[in-house]
Design a protein around this ligand. Structure first.
Ligand code: PMP
Ligand code: GLN
Length: 381
């Protein structure tokens, strides 16, 4: 068959979770917490459903949620946002990314992706008829090489994807990256940003999250995307949003309204309740996840896996070259099937995976008991 996405198979997250299930492995592969969402949010969800909030919601999201998002973004980033014109609630960050790309990328437009990157970016671009242009992050630090980005930009470039904190590496963008972005947008007036900030509340060691929404000149040219699945430990609720200037939001909503129209109504009420009544939840997340990162890295000292630095997000990359010379896909299958711990290989995050890279991604959004049990198995490698 003449397929539209010839390079795409089933996502690595689905493949590895399925394999983990078949082999009863501890799943540190696909990124999701194994602890529950906050109880008040579950209660608010049930209450919304009981109170009859079960039909279509307004296309852009319920006003209560858009207002609560606006208040939070103002408090976190000093952003000045109009909930009516700038915020659109979506079915997860994934839908927001898809809608943003389809709203502005025309056939033949180039979109710069920084490899390694999350696997839904490239297919969204290709389905819109866009041309993905891959630029490598620094192989050692996963920092952005801004000269390489500049060199990749042509008159056809419509969009640049950034992702901070970064999946899979855990790198975060800093002040010098923000300066570089300002220069880039000034020099390339047609360029827009897709800023994937789904891990915005998991930034460690006292660093601050560099949302594009902190910087008016960047916000004026960006879709900023986030996901309540990450912030509230409920990846299966599939609720997120995009913030963009009015003109971009208008185009975004043209796609959103014919893609999903609206997102799961009871969850919108539940998240609005959390944002209004339990704002301290997201304020506590950096310390909560930093403690998990530190505990997990300390445990990995008992293994021959070498942990790379992690500044944000909930993934830990490990170099397994002391243990095995298998390629990353084979290594991750092997530890899943033979050692009972599922991990994610890095190669699916690249258009051209670096030869000889021996890295696997482990998710530490897990209870201590889960991490301890997994490391006890990994220590035998
Ligand atoms: N971007 C990144 C970097 C992610 O890791 C994920 C993971 N799920 C998403 C976007 C999509 O978010 P959601 O699950 O809310 O669709
Ligand atoms: N974002 C998750 C990860 O990186 C995967 C989400 C999914 O499977 N769609 O593990």
């Amino acid at each position: 068959m003449d397929t539209k996405l010839p390079r795409v198979g089933t996502t690595i997250f689905t493949v590895m979770s399925q394999l983990a299930m078949e082999h009863k492995a501890i799943n540190l592969g696909q990124g999701f917490p194994d602890f529950p969402p906050p109880e008040p949010m579950i209660e608010a969800l049930a209450r919304a459903a009981r109170d009859g909030r079960n039909q279509y919601s307004p296309m852009a999201g319920i006003p209560e949620l858009r207002e609560a998002i606006t208040a939070k973004l103002e408090a976190c980033y000093g952003a000045r946002i109009d909930p009516g014109a700038h915020v659109t609630v979506t079915s997860g960050g994934s839908e927001a990314i898809f809608d943003a790309v389809h709203a502005v990328v025309r056939p033949g437009d180039e979109v710069v992706l920084l490899d390694p990157c999350y696997d839904c970016y490239e297919p969204a671009v290709e389905l819109a008829g866009g041309v993905p242009v891959h630029v490598a992050l620094d192989p050692a630090t996963f920092a952005v090489d801004w000269q390489a980005v500049e060199a990749a930009i042509t008159p056809r470039t419509r969009m640049l994807f950034i992702n901070t904190p970064h999946n899979p590496s855990g790198a975060v963008l800093g002040e010098s990256d923000i300066t570089a972005l300002h220069g880039l947008l000034e020099r390339h007036p047609r360029l827009l940003l897709l800023s994937d900030e789904v891990y915005e509340h998991m930034v460690f060691d006292g660093a601050r999250h560099e949302s594009v929404l902190r910087h008016p000149a960047l916000a004026a040219r960006s879709f900023a995307v986030s996901s309540f699945g990450k912030t509230y430990h409920c990846t299966g609720w599939k609720l997120g949003y995009a913030v963009a200037p009015a003109a971009l939001s208008t185009e975004f909503r043209k796609v959103h309204q014919y893609n999903t129209f609206c997102s799961f109504t009871p969850a919108q009420y539940a998240v609005a309740h959390m944002l209004r009544e339990h704002a301290d939840h997201h304020e506590e997340l950096p310390a909560f996840y930093q403690a998990k990162r530190d505990a997990f890295r300390a445990m990995l000292g008992d293994t021959r896996l070498r942990p790379l630095p992690v500044s944000g997000g909930y993934f830990q990359l490990v170099d397994y070259s002391e243990v095995s010379d298998l390629d990353d896909a084979s290594f991750c299958r092997w530890i899943t099937t033979e050692h009972g711990v599922a991990a994610i290989p890095l190669s699916p995050f690249y258009r051209h995976p670096p030869q000889g890279q021996r890295l696997a991604r482990l998710c530490f959004a897990k209870d201590s008991a889960t991490l301890e049990a997994a490391v006890a198995r990994l220590a035998k490698l």
